[in-house]
Unconditional design. Structure first.
Length: 492
């Protein structure tokens, strides 16, 4: 009897079928994984809006009712400004003016509903706009804001928080610029009470915006405050005010209480985690893959949703967990940096190096397209503190000049009438630079400046292209001149 040969499973046909089955299973698994990413819909599970609102109310020290009431004053004031702007634009258009002019503060260019080419015309037309705002009751609304609490914009709604966070900022900036213009016009006319009122209104609007819960809004609020301070600084060296107005200006400035960069960074963390919920799938355990929803919301340009992009998201881009972990590390570093004095900052190189690594990686588009405003918040906070302290010094110098008939030779001369001790530069804890300038080509009687992080006195020499560089860079080898000269209109 013949013995039957055993059959081998690895015959070519069987091997082929096994490989084919494995390939089909693999590609089936890949297809299902990618299909889940491709068809995923946002599934936000945490109410980040409520969390953000609670944080903002605690930071501003207001109740929900107070926050809403004060914000309504801001909204009504913005509407009044828009109406005044519309009316003046229409009237000027009827008179044949067809191009926008500029009201130049010498450091930051204003854009108003102004039409013309020379300063007196621009001032006259801006005066008309301010008069129209008074007729519409805008100053009364700003009075209410100045005497009340900080207003917080509503954060109710749907979709990513970051989408509805910035819409009021440009209009508030225009409203703040109108108050800076009022300071200029009041100084020209010698209306010191109106100058003081415009100063208060501008600072309170800036303070309100600084307390809104994003780093961009904080940066915007600090910039608005700097604009108001710059205009007052120019008025202080161009006009002699009354002693009681000097005291009232100093008191207003000491009461000015903008938010802190640490708060805005903590708020940005919440907003970014909220955004992650809208642009990553969710496996139920806090992880997932990036979807094209990010591009759909107009936040990052990833093009149209496609199956190919879903493949990249599933197998190449960083997961939700990896992205949010990197995000938290960066925010932690920034918060630690914002919480110490400028000269004690030690993490910036570490943070910037890691950010460069993430920027150069294909895997982290979520982070690469978010980190611009957070780091700026730290630099603008340092700059604002210098501006506040220096403006108080300038008020004291101007008051000294009115009392004594001449400018102080040294800042020590302001002690003890104006200060208990010589004013210090908050950037490094040393003194401000100061000297009289009788031959100044710009007509400034003195020069007041910060010596920057390096503390080296460069005689007030500053980088016109980047005047804040010495505040951010300890190796800048330049100073920051506080009372920078106005630019003539002809140079605009």
């Amino acid at each position: 009897m013949k013995q039957r040969k055993p059959k081998h499973w690895y015959r070519p046909r069987n091997v082929f079928l096994a490989v084919l089955a494995a390939v089909l299973l693999f590609f089936g698994w890949v297809f299902l994984e990618v299909w889940q990413v491709y068809t995923a819909e946002p599934k936000a599970t945490v109410d980040y809006r409520a969390k953000l609102r609670d944080m903002a109310e605690q930071n501003a020290g207001v109740s929900p009712e107070e926050a809403d009431d004060s914000w309504r004053l801001v909204v009504d004031a913005m509407e009044g400004y828009k109406e005044a702007e519309r009316q003046i634009n229409e009237e000027l258009a009827e008179s044949g003016f067809s191009s926008r002019g500029t009201f130049d503060d010498g450091q930051v260019d204003f854009d108003y509903p102004l039409f013309g080419t020379n300063l007196p015309d621009d001032v006259d037309r801006e005066r008309q706009c301010l008069q129209r705002m008074r007729e519409l009751g805008v100053p009364q609304l700003l009075d209410g804001l100045s005497m009340g609490t900080v207003g917080l914009r509503p954060v109710e709604g749907s979709g990513p928080l970051i989408n509805d966070s910035l819409s009021p900022v440009p209009l508030v900036m225009r409203l703040v610029k109108s108050q800076a213009a009022s300071i200029r016009i009041s100084a020209l006319e010698g209306d010191w009470k109106q100058l003081l009122k415009a100063f208060k209104h501008g600072l309170h609007l800036a303070e309100t915006i600084s307390h809104q819960p994003t780093a961009i809004e904080y940066w915007s609020g600090a910039s608005m405050a700097t604009l108001i301070l710059d205009e007052l600084q120019s008025a202080l060296v161009e006009r002699d005010l009354s002693p009681d107005i000097y005291r009232a200006l100093a008191e207003t400035l000491r009461e000015f209480s903008p938010s802190r960069a640490v708060f805005s960074l903590a708020c940005d963390r919440i907003s970014y985690h909220d955004l992650a919920d809208w642009v990553f799938t969710d496996d139920g355990h806090g992880d997932g893959f990036m979807t094209s929803k990010l591009g759909e919301w107009g936040l990052i340009s990833v093009g149209e949703e496609s199956f190919g992009k879903a493949v990249v998201a599933r197998f190449i881009l960083a997961t939700k967990r990896e992205s949010t972990q990197e995000l938290d590390v960066l925010i932690d570093w920034l918060i630690a940096e914002a919480g110490v004095e400028p000269t004690q900052v030690r993490l910036r190189g570490k943070y910037q190096q890691r950010l460069i690594e993430l920027y150069s990686s294909w895997r982290f588009p979520f982070i690469r397209n978010l980190f611009s405003a957070p780091e700026l918040a730290i630099g603008i906070e340092d700059a604002l503190q210098v501006e506040i302290s220096a403006t108080l010094v300038m008020i004291a110098i101007a008051e000294y000049k009115v009392r004594k008939g001449e400018y102080p030779v040294r800042l020590d001369d302001l002690v003890p009438e104006s200060f208990a001790a010589v004013p210090i530069d908050p950037l490094h804890g040393g003194t401000f630079g100061y000297r009289l300038t009788p031959d100044d080509p710009h007509g400034r009687p003195y020069l007041l400046y910060s010596t920057g992080l390096d503390r080296n006195d460069d005689g007030g020499d500053f980088d016109a292209a980047d005047s804040l560089r010495c505040i951010d860079d300890p190796n800048a080898q330049t100073d920051y001149t506080v009372n920078q000269p106005r630019r003539p209109m002809a140079e605009y």
